[in-house]
Write a protein that binds this ligand. Structure first.
Ligand code: GDP
Ligand code: IMO
Ligand code: MG
Length: 420
């Protein structure tokens, strides 16, 4: 068997949580491979919305194992809050959720460092979610980090103190006011919660599962344009959000990757700072935000909104080897008179149709304009009910991107999903 991967092609919040939940019944195991509680993955059914930060979006289905892979960074405080919320809703959560011993821990002082670093950046700040992601991955690559497996050691508290002391010295350089005591109590309670779960070597677990014919879906967090290597650096996150991240974040060999589901919104959003060529700082942008309810699932911040960007999508498809496309939020575009799609960027050197090293060279996008549809899509259940103009939009995109769109999502609920 192979591992299918589902990941975001834009700047995050493409609807990964919703679609992973929809696809989960086809798999035996759902595994998150990178990122941490900077992610907010919404899953909605029976009119209730659940937002997951660390736990894979397959957790609400009955028969699947969910794994937090080695590439993920875990904040025990957030993890405990998630478990406390989910435990009454999910039978046997302790049997269904396994955690890699190699996943790194976000310490309270990592969060402080994140805040101090952002504060020091002033107007060049990244717009981080301030969950301690950057400093934790820095300690991972700097070979200072604490891993989930360490919590089983008798000298874990000592290791914690040594690393925290190192952080105190760093924070002092920032001249930043902070208190750790409030966080620390909750953090150690969170460690006790993690200890109640099966802590595994997930690379062995997953490869053995593959050998025995189990189907695995790897769930990405953030989006390709936030990738540490290929995103709009430095306005990115600190992990590899692309498909290769599923290999390193789970211990899966490249040849074991099966389908790569690339998910995108019918338009585009971004939270935090950084370039966004198709951003609409006008009424249309506000309309997209209002109708699409574009407010961050983790921080509540308003998301910046704009039109779909094809050079960026093609770049993401290339980096990930996307085999199937999934388009969400088609319902949000109902009632716009026309829809614009960016096909290239005007620069001082002429028009380019690729995602450049430096997005600042983009003067303005070049757009194709397509007619929109007026029909309310939220009740659409089958292909037969898809309005012709939406079908045109789908065919237009398939032709430009040369990859089939296999699912469209027309609302936040599980049921509001159409397979094409
Ligand atoms: P993720 O981070 O990729 O999992 O996405 P988020 O959950 O952060 O953001 C997506 C938001 O859009 C959530 O509020 C979802 O409930 C909602 N959503 C997902 N798909 C659709 C859709 O097709 N239509 C509408 N209107 N909302 C959707
Ligand atoms: P999901 O998985 C959207 C953005 C932040 C900021 C930058 C760096 O829900 O799609 P970080 O906290 O990693 O230091 O922030 O990345 N960001 C996200 N934007 N969705 C996310 O996750 C994000 N995770 C991080 O807003 O601009
Ligand atoms: Mg999100």
């Amino acid at each position: 068997m192979k591992v299918d991967v589902l990941l975001g092609l834009q700047w995050g919040d493409e609807g990964k949580g919703k679609v992973v939940d929809v696809l989960t019944p086809r798999y035996n195991i759902i595994a998150r491979f990178q990122g941490g509680p900077n992610a907010g993955h919404s899953v909605e059914f029976y009119e209730i919305k659940h937002v997951l930060h660390t736990i894979p979006s397959g957790i609400f289905r009955e028969n699947q194992i969910n794994i937090i892979g080695n590439g993920v960074v875990i904040d025990p405080i957030v993890f405990k809050t998630e478990i406390d919320t989910l435990a009454p809703l999910i039978k046997d959560i302790q049997q269904k959720l396994l955690v890699s011993k190699k996943a790194h821990l976000i310490l309270p002082s990592h969060r402080i460092l994140d805040a101090a670093s952002e504060n020091a950046k002033g107007i060049t700040k990244i717009g981080s979610t301030l969950k301690g992601i950057g400093p934790t991955y820095m300690d991972k690559t700097g070979r200072n980090g604490l891993r989930v497996g360490d919590i089983l050691d008798s000298d874990f508290k000592n290791k914690y103190r040594i690393l925290t002391e190192k952080h105190r010295q760093l924070i002092a350089l920032y001249n930043f006011n902070y208190t750790l005591a409030d966080y620390e109590k909750g953090w150690f309670e969170g460690i006790d919660t993690i200890k109640k779960f099966q802590l595994i070597e997930s690379e062995h677990y997953l490869n053995t599962a593959l050998e025995s014919g189990k189907a695995i879906l790897a769930e990405g967090a953030q989006g390709t344009l936030l990738d540490i290597d290929f995103g709009s650096y430095p306005y990115v996150t600190s992990s590899n959000t692309i498909c290769a991240g599923a290999c390193t974040g789970l211990g899966i060999a490249p040849g074991r990757i099966g389908q790569v589901f690339g998910i995108f919104k019918a338009y585009c959003t971004r939270v935090g700072s950084g370039p966004f060529p198709t951003e609409l700082n006008n009424e249309t942008g506000e309309k997209l935000r209002r109708i699409g309810q574009e407010f961050g699932a983790t921080t509540g911040r308003p998301r910046r909104c704009g039109w779909l960007d094809l050079p960026a999508l093609k770049y993401s498809i290339m980096l990930n080897g996307v085999t199937k496309l999934i388009m969400t939020k088609a319902d949000v575009l109902s009632g716009f008179i026309t829809i614009k799609v960016c096909t290239g960027y005007k620069t001082s050197e002429g028009v380019i149709d690729f995602f450049p090293y430096n997005l600042e060279i983009v003067k303005e996008p070049v757009y194709d304009e397509l007619p929109s549809w007026n029909e309310d899509l939220t009740k659409v259940k089958s292909i037969a009910d898809i309005p012709p103009r939406l079908m045109n939009y789908i065919h237009y995109l398939e032709e430009k991107l040369r990859i089939p769109i296999v699912i469209i999502s027309v609302g936040p609920n599980r049921e509001q999903t159409i397979e094409l």
